[in-house]
Design a protein. Structure first.
Length: 733
């Protein structure tokens, strides 16, 4: 028995749990509040895509109308006989099946396999395991197509009935759907939920609803619980209510839920639990919507402040069936593959966004505007606890934009503790990501970053208040790429006042970035105006005219008229087609007009714009307070005598080794001894160095120490031997 049941309704990710319930359970542990969590989506997927599950699917299916569905129906026995082996393979339990899958004689093939002609250039020399994952993903997508056509039109692997939740200003359509018969997927989900309620016997059930594609299932589940277990209290929180339900007026919502909480969930849930478990005490609420006298009211009656990030505990993934998540590779996009392939422990470096200025972003809401970083040592403590708990050492930091200074401290702490981890995160392409910082991040296990280039136009980047220029983005992406860190760029078109010329020039910028190999992945999306962004709140400043709707339910995406009158939709196909090709080194020499079936203007961007940005030398003085760090090992040392014209003096040969190569430098013995002493004092592996780095590792202190013995520090520091060490792990930050 557990007092609280935390649920993520169908569907989010297939490969790893959405972290909200794990975050909440970790917090509840610190308060000794017993809780149980479940990812209802992955449990439905595993029940549906089993031999018994598919047999029932084919029995329940309506008569197929399309030739594709007819083919799948005729091959139903082949599907039911292969499904469990495929699922085990995608769960990482049956690696040897990859060869059989790649043989082409094992999986039944329907329309999703029509794209296989492009597989060799799309995947190149990708290993057999990844090719097999892609083929197995196509196999599952064929089954998904059949389910949508013949069994349940709302089905989708990462969403369910998403249309009902997207931009639903009125509750009417969703409410009507909930009065109709249960769908096939509803039946599976509610059976699993019923069994879990009997096991856990909770007093409070909390649904975390991150996306529109989770909303219908949350309401259907709550409806079931209200009917079957009328004494249960039911709450909803998460990303969808946080952004969409702040203006909720429709009291029918509370036929399904007793409470809806907004923003950070820790304190609101703690107070709800107290009100239910201690009914004799005057109840307090934090950012909670409920029904009073048949009207929706907002209660914020407690004087208690939200918990600091240092107080919320380590996310707890227990209860979740971690071995049942499946890794899929849907498309040949490196970042999307990273998103859907592999099990990632999810953590946050900082609450909110340290920049918080982008005009398309919901910067008025607490999840963005309230910035609070977590101490590096605390973060790495949590990483170690999660490794021990889950057995997984991969981490996705789900920040809005991870702060460079904190990333540096986390990387140093990871290296100091000699942890072997793999991690990736979201960033801003800002100038603080120097070559040396990127080298440090890579040394700590960082494999990828994603960031918003948005519209690759300096005028529009300034209007967005992005705080970067295209040239700066190029330099930063080069620093990451040269360090071996994959770069994904989020790209935008259709931003208010954007001209056709700027769209084409933006595409040319992107083409040059790919041509030079300094970004490896990207994704175009069309600008959407949200109610809580500066554009949504002050549309007149951005030359857009909102189309107001009566809001009684959800309010986030706002329809609008662009005063430019440009039909940005028509650019979608050409932008996405060109990007798909650029990611695989194809079509980089095509004229931009080749990607569109209508006339476009010629680009005004010089063909070497990005190259010139990369060749611009940075003239800067090293700050005295800059930290100097040695990532490498200490060298083998040999002292020898050098003679010339009757004079002789002692030299020192230093041989440095790393994983890939060796370098040798020769230096006067006295300066060599000073260099050895200095490297030993600034090595990250020195157990005497703690975070933050001790005072003696600053550039000013190293310079002062050198000048106690020698002259011309700058001549020495910028000499060829020291320059070679800077390529080998001598970093200045």
């Amino acid at each position: 028995m557990k007092d609280l049941l935390l649920i993520t309704p169908p569907f989010t990710q297939l490969n790893t749990p959405y972290p909200a319930t794990a975050y909440l359970k970790g917090f509840l542990n610190t308060k000794n509040i017993p809780s149980y969590q479940m990812d209802l989506g992955i449990e439905v997927i595993n029940k549906l895509f089993s031999k018994h599950g598919l047999i029932k699917v084919f029995q329940a299916a309506a008569t197929p109308q399309s030739a594709n569905a007819q083919r799948i129906a005729q091959l139903n026995e082949v599907y039911t006989n292969t499904i469990e082996a495929v699922m085990l393979f995608l769960q990482g339990k049956n690696h040897t099946l990859a060869r059989l899958i790649c043989s082409g004689n094992f999986l039944p093939e329907a329309s999703r396999f029509d794209q296989l002609d492009d597989m060799e250039w799309a995947f190149g020399t990708m290993g057999m395991q990844d090719k097999a994952k892609h083929l197995a993903t196509l196999y599952l997508e064929d089954l998904s197509d059949f389910i949508i056509e013949c069994v349940d039109e709302n089905f989708g692997f990462s969403r369910y009935a998403e249309r009902l939740g997207r931009s639903a200003n009125s509750f009417d359509e969703l409410y009507t759907s909930l009065q109709s018969d249960k769908t096939y997927i509803d039946g599976i989900a509610l059976q699993i939920l019923s069994e879990r309620i009997k096991e856990v016997q909770p007093k409070l059930v909390c649904f975390s609803v991150p996306f529109p594609g989770n909303l219908y299932s949350a309401f259907r589940s709550a409806q079931f619980l209200k009917k079957q277990y009328p004494s249960l209290k039911i709450a909803m929180g998460g990303g969808f209510p946080n952004t969409e339900l702040r203006q909720l007026k429709d009291n029918r919502v509370f036929q399904f839920f007793d409470f809806i909480t907004l923003d950070d969930g820790e304190l609101p849930i703690e107070l709800l639990y107290q009100s239910i478990s201690q009914p004799s005490i005057q109840a307090e609420f934090k950012r909670t919507l409920c029904l009073d006298n048949n009207e929706v009211v907002y209660l914020n009656t407690t004087s208690k402040a939200d918990y600091k990030q240092s107080e919320v505990g380590t996310p707890d993934y227990s209860d979740l069936p971690l071995q049942q998540y499946i890794s899929v590779i849907e498309i040949a996009n490196p970042m999307h593959s990273l998103w859907s392939d592999g099990r990632w422990n999810k953590l946050t470096m900082a609450h909110g966004c340290y920049w918080g200025k982008c005009t398309f972003c919901d910067i008025s809401l607490d999840y963005i505007k309230l910035y609070e970083p977590i101490a590096a040592m605390t973060l790495v403590d949590r990483m170690q606890q999660l490794i021990e708990q889950t057995g997984e050492s991969g981490f996705h930091f789900v920040d809005e934009a991870a702060p460079p200074a904190l990333m540096r401290e986390v990387a140093l702490e990871i290296i100091r503790r000699k942890l072997t981890v793999t991690w990736w995160t979201n960033i801003r392409f800002e100038k603080n990501f120097t070559r040396d910082l990127c080298m440090l991040l890579q040394a700590s296990g960082c494999i990828a970053v994603s960031g918003g280039l948005e519209v690759a136009s300096d005028r529009l980047l300034d209007l967005i208040q992005k705080g970067v220029t295209v040239a700066q983005v190029a330099q930063v992406t080069r620093n990451f790429t040269d360090s071996g860190i994959m770069v994904h760029a989020y790209l935008m078109y259709g931003y208010p006042t954007q001209t056709v010329q700027e769209t084409i020039d933006s595409l040319e910028m992107v083409r040059q970035l790919f041509e030079l190999g300094i970004i490896q992945s990207g994704f175009w999306h069309q600008f959407a105006m949200t109610a809580h962004s500066p554009v949504g709140m002050n549309p007149e400043e951005f030359a857009v005219i909102p189309k107001p709707n009566v809001i009684s339910f959800a309010n986030n995406d706002v329809q609008f008229i662009d005063k430019t009158g440009i039909d940005h939709d028509k650019f979608s196909f050409g932008l996405k087609k060109s990007l798909f090709n650029f990611m695989h080194g194809i079509g980089l020499d095509y004229e931009l007009k080749d990607w569109f079936d209508f006339k476009i203007p010629k680009t005004t961007i010089k063909p070497n714009f990005i190259q010139s940005a990369l060749e611009t030398e940075e003239y800067f003085t090293i700050k005295p307070s800059s930290k100097v760090i040695w990532l490498g090992n200490l060298p083998e040392v040999e002292v020898y005598t050098k003679s010339k014209k009757g004079s002789s003096w002692e030299m020192m040969r230093l041989l440095f080794q790393d994983r890939k190569k060796a370098i040798e430098i020769n230096i006067d013995r006295e300066k060599g001894e000073w260099l050895l002493k200095t490297l030993n004092s600034i090595t990250i592996h020195n157990k005497n160095i703690t975070i933050p780095l001790v005072k003696t590792t600053t550039f000013a202190n190293i310079k002062a120490d050198f000048e106690l013995l020698f002259e011309d520090f700058e001549l020495f520091w910028f000499s060829k031997p020291i320059k070679s060490l800077q390529e080998f792990g001598l970093l200045i930050m």
